[in-house]
Design a protein around this ligand. Structure first.
Ligand code: RIB
Length: 311
C-alpha cells in the first residue's frame, strides 16, 4: 500500500498569453476548475498506475465542508483511493489560483485553508503500518509532516518526501531534521539549490552538485527532476542514475512533478530499483503535460506501459 499525507485543493485555472508581472493585469478568456493539490495529485497519479487497484492507495488530508471539498473527496474515491483518513473541517477547502501561459508554464498561488488543519493524528497507525511507502509534500504543516515521517520510519515504512514548495525554514538544523527522516527526497532544480543552501551545502547554480551534497551529507537518496532533461537520482555513496524525458509539446505542465512523485512511489512500493522507477515516472510526467489540468493527463497503467514499450 502507498499512503499519501498531504494537500487537497481545487485549482482555478486561467490560460493567458503570458503570466502577469507584479502590478500588472492580464486578460484570460475564461477560468476552469480542476482537481489539484500536490498530495491529491500524487495520490491520483499513484492510483492510476496501480494495475486496477492491486497496489492500494490511501490518502490522509483535510477538506472543508463545502462544495469544493465534497467534489474533491468524490474525485479521490472515483480514482479508487481510500479516503477514510480525510477529515472534513470547518476551514474552507484549499484553493489554488493558477495561470498557465502559451508555453504551458504556470504560476501558482495556494490558499491553504483546510490543508493547514491536517494533523499527524489524522493518519491512524492501523493504516500507516500497512504501507510500503509514505509520500509527503510541503503544503501541510511541516511539524505534522515531520511527525508522520518519524512514525513511518519507526514502523519500517519508506518515506518519499517531495520538498515542494521549498520549506519556509532558515536554519540548517531544521532542514537536517527533515532530511534525517527522509529515505528518498524529490526536488526540482530550483528546490535542490534552495534546499542545499539552507542545509549549509551551497552549490551555486549546479543542481546535480546540490543533489550530491544533500545526499552525501544527510544519507538519503536525492532525486532531482529537471523537466525536459529528465531526472537524476544520487545515492549517498555518490552513485548516479539518469532517466530521460521524451520530447513533448506541453499543453499544461501543472501537476507534472506530482505525477512523477506518485508514479515513482508506486514503482518503489512495487520493489523496483530507483532508476527503473524513475524511468516510469518520467514517462508518466511527460504524458501528464499533454492535457489541461493537473490530473486529467495522468496515465493509467496500460497507457503508460504501452508508451514505455514503444520507446
Ligand atoms: O503541483 C501542482 C499543484 O500545486 C496544483 O494542483 C495546485 O493545487 C498546487 O498545490
Amino acid at each position: 500500500m502507498i499512503v499519501i499525507f498531504g494537500s487537497i485543493n481545487m485549482d482555478l485555472v486561467a490560460r493567458v498569453q503570458r503570466i502577469a508581472r507584479p502590478g500588472e493585469t492580464v486578460l484570460s478568456r475564461r477560468a476552469d476548475s480542476f482537481f489539484g493539490g500536490k498530495g491529491s495529485n500524487q495520490a491520483v497519479a499513484a492510483a492510476r498506475v496501480s494495475h486496477g487497484g492491486r497496489m492500494r492507495v490511501a490518502m490522509a488530508g483535510a477538506v472543508g465542508n463545502d462544495p469544493f471539498g465534497m467534489a474533491c473527496l468524490k474525485n479521490l474515491e472515483e480514482n479508487g483511493i481510500d479516503v477514510s483518513a480525510i477529515r472534513v473541517t470547518d476551514e474552507p477547502t484549499g484553493c489554488a489560483f493558477i495561470t498557465v501561459d502559451e508555453a504551458g508554464e504556470n504560476a501558482i498561488t495556494v490558499a491553504s485553508g483546510a490543508n493547514m488543519a491536517l494533523r499527524s493524528a489524522d493518519l491512524p497507525d492501523s493504516l500507516l503500518s500497512k504501507a510500503a511507502v509514505l509520500v509527503l509534500q510541503m503544503e501541510v504543516p511541516i511539524a505534522e509532516n515531520l511527525e508522520v515521517a518519524a512514525r513511518a520510519r519507526r514502523a519500517g515504512v519508506k518515506v518519499v518526501w517531495n520538498f515542494a514548495p521549498v520549506p519556509p525554514i532558515k536554519e540548517r538544523s531544521a532542514m537536517a531534521e527533515l532530511l534525517a527522516v527522509t529515505d528518498v527526497l524529490v526536488v526540482n532544480e530550483h528546490e535542490a539549490l534552495a534546499v542545499a543552501d539552507i542545509a549549509g551545502t551551497p552549490a551555486g547554480e549546479d543542481y546535480l552538485k546540490a543533489g550530491s551534497a544533500i545526499s552525501s551529507s544527510f544519507g538519503s537518496i536525492c532525486i532531482v527532476t529537471a523537466g525536459s532533461r529528465g531526472a537524476y537520482a544520487i545515492a549517498p555513496d555518490g552513485t548516479q542514475a539518469h532517466a530521460t524525458a521524451r520530447p513533448i509539446v506541453p499543453v499544461d505542465t501543472t501537476g507534472a512533478g506530482d505525477t512523477f512523485v506518485g508514479v515513482l512511489a508506486n514503482g518503489i512500493a512495487e520493489g523496483l530499483e530507483v532508476g527503473r522507477a524513475m524511468e516510469r515516472a518520467c514517462a508518466a510526467a511527460s504524458l501528464s503535460c499533454l492535457t489541461a489540468g493537473a490530473q486529467a493527463g495522468m496515465p493509467k497503467r496500460q497507457v503508460l506501459d504501452q508508451h514505455l514499450s514503444q520507446a
